[in-house]
Write a protein that binds this ligand. Structure first.
Ligand SMILES: [Zn+2]
Ligand SMILES: [Zn+2]
Length: 270
């Protein structure tokens, strides 16, 4: 097992980007937390070093997901979200428009008890290996966990009940789901950054591949067109400037409309 990396040695934190200085109170615990891709769920996209006294929302605000970006550009950004850790849903209800995502789940659990129990038994059976099953026998008669809800912004990591290495759930923008794993924990030591405002520290970020504009071949692409008759490839990528030069007349009207255009941020990780 690799030892938990020290934040000061392994990671260059942009000190200029940190606002304020809040001394860390000792003793303090540091947790390394991994976040996985929503579709390619075996791909780790980020890893953070979080302090025990930080709230779950402090981590949530640092999680990067393309779904947030896409919803933002469509003007449909949704602030709701939750972590499911052990048997508790930690809902982010800071924004007045946020929805309690756990409510319909609780309704379903109380209205469809038999269905819920069957699903739960399937989950447990899937986890049990065949030889164990032969020894233990059938698992009917098992009980559903007593799920509960709590506020994400009022819960600190030091008050969480969790198991190291277990897969937990982060859900946002309706049904964009990520596995979250608390990989390791240790006491904070003097070599670590002692400014609380610097945490959660990004220990790892999956390198995101960004296409260049196909016209100038200089700038990052910001638009992607599909079935565009004047482009040499399909889909084709443009920076803002080249996109407007190719598709609009001088007086600002679109020259042709039989194509699709999308905002482009980066490729999906493989
Ligand atoms: Zn997501
Ligand atoms: Zn360009």
């Amino acid at each position: 097992m690799k030892p938990l990396r020290s934040a000061s040695a392994a990671v260059k934190v942009k000190l200029s980007s940190i606002q304020g200085c809040i001394p860390v109170r000792h003793p303090e615990v540091a947790l390394s937390i991994e976040v996985y891709h929503n579709v390619r769920n075996w791909v780790k996209t980020q890893e953070f070093l979080v302090l025990g006294q930080q709230t779950l929302t402090e981590l949530r605000d640092k999680i990067y997901c393309l779904t947030d970006k896409d919803q933002e550009t469509d003007g449909q950004h949704n602030h709701s979200g939750y972590f499911l850790i052990e048997d508790t849903f930690y809902n982010d209800l800071r924004d007045p428009s946020a929805i309690d995502y756990s409510e319909p789940i609780f309704d379903w659990l109380s209205n469809s008890k038999d269905d819920a129990l069957k699903k739960w038994e399937c989950i447990l059976a899937g986890k049990m290996q065949k030889h164990k099953k032969a020894v233990v026998g059938d698992i009917t008669g098992s009980k559903l966990p007593r799920f509960q809800a709590a506020d994400m912004h009022k819960t600190q990591f030091c008050n969480l009940k969790f198991q190291l290495g277990a897969g937990y759930l982060y859900c946002h923008q309706g049904d964009c789901r990520h596995t979250v794993v608390i990989r390791d924990m240790r006491l904070l030591h003097p070599e670590d950054i002692q400014n609380r405002a610097a945490y959660p520290i990004l220990l790892f970020q999956l390198k995101l591949h960004v296409q260049k504009c196909r016209v100038c071949r200089i700038y990052r692409a910001t638009k992607m067109t599909v079935n565009d008759k004047w482009t040499p490839e399909n889909p084709c990528y443009f920076c803002d400037n080249c996109y407007f030069l190719l598709h609009y007349t001088k007086d600002g009207s679109l020259q042709y409309q039989d194509f699709e255009v999308h905002d482009y941020h980066h490729d999906q990780p493989r």
